[in-house]
Design a protein around this ligand. Structure first.
Ligand SMILES: Nc1ncnc2c1ncn2[C@@H]1O[C@H](COP(=O)(O)OP(=O)(O)OP(=O)(O)O)[C@@H](O)[C@H]1O
Length: 314
């Protein structure tokens, strides 16, 4: 759906995007992750033909960009750097204007398409108010409604949850996953690790303009080979495991979650049977998986300090 080859953008002496090779596939929810200033927005703008690349190639929906922009853009819904709205007009009137400026989109279905788009983003009941009375979250949703008007095959969204409260973030996330299930490929940029980890099927990580990592989320979050065990009977569990040869055991106590053991060298089903047999109560037992944060930390020179953490919003 999106492919770039050696995509590069220089602003004077600053190389904002450096030889990036994106590969976004049909059906992906692709998370484009990077700290502030890593080049996400510049890349997104190049994909949409809003900024010209210094060098390199771009293909969107199988067509070269920006050369085929007229054919490609009507099939792409985009939300870049906050939605532009006419503040004195209602949400509906804003959408009608946007729809009217589209290359196609038959007039007779316009009302229905606008109704559907407003409904989808949860603005159907408030659209009489002028957009200037909208909260940031509502404006963001209106921007998304505009992106949905053409029932796009591909949605390209730059930081779509920026500035939203947790409820707003949840709503946008649910909507995007719903659209993806219905067949829309979603490409979104974010500096929030947790957001990408929760939603995305594929991830690209930008660090200082370079794509330092690109893979399926499942592969990145592969098993570590250890088994995680949660138990209220931590001491008993530790004593028992100490009698078993070849096991490496690490244990921690979490204030909220109680005892936690990480066991290397055991088969999870066997381990469970042995613990339960010995009367150790187990609240959770599962193969440990790597966290995206660890993978990103290993891949980036800057570490994760500059990435937003769970729930944090810029
Ligand atoms: N028009 C411009 N002129 C000069 N430098 C620019 C321009 N646009 C971006 N840059 C520089 O390019 C680099 C990447 O910026 P970009 O906005 O693409 O990053 P980003 O990852 O989207 O960051 P943020 O999350 O803060 O938006 C930065 O160093 C920025 O200062």
């Amino acid at each position: 759906m999106i492919r770039t080859d050696a995509l590069t953008k220089r602003f004077g002496r600053v190389t904002a995007v450096d030889a990036v090779a994106l590969d976004v596939r049909e059906g992906d929810v692709y998370g484009f992750l990077g700290a502030n200033g890593s080049g996400k927005t510049t890349t997104v703008r190049m994909l949409l033909g809003l900024v010209l690349a210094t060098s390199g190639d771009i293909e969107v929906l199988g067509e070269p960009m920006p050369g085929s922009a007229r054919a490609v853009l009507p099939r792409v819904g985009a939300l870049v750097e906050g939605p532009g709205t006419y503040p004195h007009l209602s949400g509906r009137a804003n959408l009608a204007l946007l729809d009217a400026t589209g290359a196609d989109g038959p007039r007779r279905t316009r009302t229905r398409r606008i109704d559907e788009a407003l409904e989808r983003v949860g603005l159907a009941s408030v659209d009489g108010r002028p957009a200037r009375a909208y909260s940031l979250g509502m404006r963001q949703r209106l921007g998304l409604a505009a992106a949905l008007l053409r029932r796009p095959d591909l949605l390209v969204l730059d930081e779509p949850t920026n500035g939203l409260d947790p409820q707003g973030i949840h709503e946008i996330r649910t909507l995007l996953l719903e659209l993806n299930r219905e067949g829309t490929t979603v490409f979104l940029s974010s500096h929030l690790l947790a957001e990408i980890e929760q939603m995305c099927t594929r991830v690209g990580v930008l660090d200082g303009g370079r794509l330092v990592l690109q893979d399926q989320m499942d592969a990145l979050r592969g098993p570590t080979g250890r088994t995680e065990v949660r138990t209220p009977d931590l001491e008993e569990a530790r004593r028992l495991l100490a009698t078993m040869p070849d096991l490496e055991v690490e244990s921690t106590v979490d204030e909220h979650e109680g005892g936690r053991l990480l066991v290397r060298g055991a088969e999870p089903a066997d381990l469970n049977a042995r613990l339960v047999e010995a009367g150790v109560r187990v609240t959770l037992l599962s193969p440990e998986r790597r966290h995206l944060e660890d993978v990103v930390l290993a891949a980036t020179t800057s570490g994760t300090d500059r990435f937003g953490r769970a729930g944090a919003s810029a």
